[in-house]
Write a protein that binds this ligand. Structure first.
Ligand code: NAD
Length: 466
């Protein structure tokens, strides 16, 4: 699709006009899911959640189907709006992200009850809703996390008060209105997803502290995860990552190179799962770099350019310069005086172990490659640079023992063997997707079942038919 400013403006105008039209719910305050205060959103959510659990599961499935359809129908506009507002990532990858969330987030089937029968009767385990959930969503996925959380949390019978990142306010609240409208169109309750019209850090604090919100879900950096964990409420923390890709001497180098280039450059590196540094056994390092260049999508920085890029994207305080997060590689290279064609997606460079971009979560298409003498040194370094985030690690190898050794050592929530990082979130890999990957609190790739509490019913009679 053409993504000129005029085309983008037209798409955005279209969706805004559609949302401004009268709805079956009328034009009452909150009829679009947006409320003046957090308290209003909470009160609406409480009423809506009671209505939802009074409905049949079939109706709940209809609501989920309606959300999935509506997201797909509005995908182009919302992807364009996300780029226009946040200036992060690539349009075509936002489109892929939204399709992934709409189609591969598990629904009501994820909370199927379990039954156990034996000598002492019957035990039934059901996954009950927690009630009202407060969800804080990141700037990097202003639509994806909202879609993914809405489908999962509603499938489990909950209502949600969202508080989006203030710098993605317009995109996330528009996405919320679209989801809200899809719920209402399918006969679901007004206010099942809600937010203040103008989410800020202050309203996030109100959400975190609101006594009627039973559970908090934070998708973002380490500080916000720590804040919700200190809240005294049940909390799910989906935090930052710094995924290493380890390549040993047994890897199929051509395939490894292609996978790493695709994985590290998707959405300009802003997925928390993207390869953020490569650690390669010296013996195959030159071959890996050559094969990466042969993809035609990579620019290899020379030592002088490495110095310039490092000064550009890392501040003197050794922090990432926010100006370059999520930008196209052309923008970053232009600012050091290098011009590359449109097909280029990633800048790579030979890096020493202590290079800041090996240790910082850079979220941009600049990828350091560190050479190590052997597999064992590679594992040791990869574990260190992952920094206990328990997030994602990638390995390219045909040595089964090596892969097992690294997986055991690094302890990440997602471990990808011989594929691009995004295979681990279900894009071209098996399994469901999640855009709230809860490493710190251990729920893993969250889904409807994460947002439940378990209840057991025991019947102490023989209920067996055999
Ligand atoms: P962020 O931590 O700045 O913000 C995340 C959310 O928390 C936003 O809604 C923000 O408004 C809120 N928030 C942040 N600080 C707050 C405070 N002091 N008080 C109240 N609310 C606060 O993260 P971001 O920049 O939006 O997103 C990028 C980060 O998120 C990266 O580190 C990335 O790895 C991580 N991320 C993780 C996952 C995952 O599933 N684990 C998914 C996407 C992004």
């Amino acid at each position: 699709m053409e993504t000129s400013p005029e085309v983008i403006a037209g798409l955005i105008q279209k969706v805004l006009e559609e949302l401004a039209a009268p709805t079956p719910a009328g034009k009452a305050e909150g009829a679009n899911g947006l409320y003046p205060t957090v308290n209003d959103a909470v009160e609406a959510g409480l009423v809506a959640q009671k209505k939802l659990i009074a409905m049949s599961l079939e109706r709940r499935k209809d609501i989920i189907a309606s959300i999935r359809n509506s997201v797909l129908n509005h995908n182009e506009e919302m992807s364009a709006m996300a780029i226009e507002e946040t200036h992060l990532g690539r349009y075509e990858d936002k489109v892929r992200e939204n399709i992934l969330c709409a189609t591969k987030t598990p629904g009501v089937e994820d909370i199927e009850p379990r039954a156990l029968s034996g000598d002492h009767g019957l035990m039934l385990l059901e996954y009950a809703p927690v009630g009202l959930i407060g969800s804080l969503t990141p700037i990097t996925n202003p639509t994806g996390t909202l879609i993914n959380n809405s489908i999962g949390m509603i499938s489990a019978g909950n209502a949600i008060v969202f508080n989006a990142h203030p710098s993605a306010r317009r995109t996330s609240t528009t996405m919320l209105q679209i989801i809200h409208q899809a719920i209402v169109d399918a006969g679901g309750p007004v206010g099942l997803v809600s937010s203040v019209a103008n989410p800020t850090l202050d309203t996030a604090k109100e959400v975190i502290e609101h006594p009627k919100i039973n559970m908090l879900v934070a998708t973002g950096g380490r500080p916000i995860v720590n804040i919700v964990l200190r809240s005294g409420k049940k909390a799910v923390g989906a935090g930052a990552g710094n995924p290493p890709a380890l390549v040993d001497e047994t890897a199929i180098i051509r395939k490894a190179a292609q996978c790493i280039v695709s994985g590290a450059s998707i959405n300009n590196g802003i997925f928390c799962t993207c390869e953020k540094e490569v650690i390669v056994v010296e013996e195959v390092a030159d071959s890996l770099i050559k094969n990466m260049q042969e993809t035609g999508r990579v620019y290899l920085l020379n030592p002088v350019e490495v110095e310039k890029v490092t000064k550009l994207v890392v501040t003197p305080e050794r922090k990432i310069n926010g100006k370059y997060i999520g930008k196209n590689v052309q923008v970053i290279l232009h600012d050091i005086g290098v011009e590359v064609g449109e097909e280029c997606r990633l800048a790579i460079f030979d890096a020493p172990k202590d290079h800041p971009l090996v240790w910082l979560e850079q979220m941009m298409p600049v990828l350091p490659i560190v050479r190590v003498k052997d597999f064992n040194e590679g594992v040791e370094l990869a574990v260190k640079v992952e920094q206990g985030n328990r997030h994602t690690a990638i390995m390219h190898s045909t040595h089964v023992e090596h892969m097992t050794t690294f997986a055991r050592a690094v302890q990440t929530t997602i471990f990808i063997k011989n594929g691009p990082s995004f295979a681990g979130i279900g894009l071209g890999g098996e399994g469901h997707t999640s855009f709230t990957i809860a490493g710190p609190t251990g729920e893993g790739l969250t889904s409807a079942r994460t947002f439940t509490r378990q209840r057991r019913c025991t019947l102490v009679e023989s209920f067996r038919i055999i």
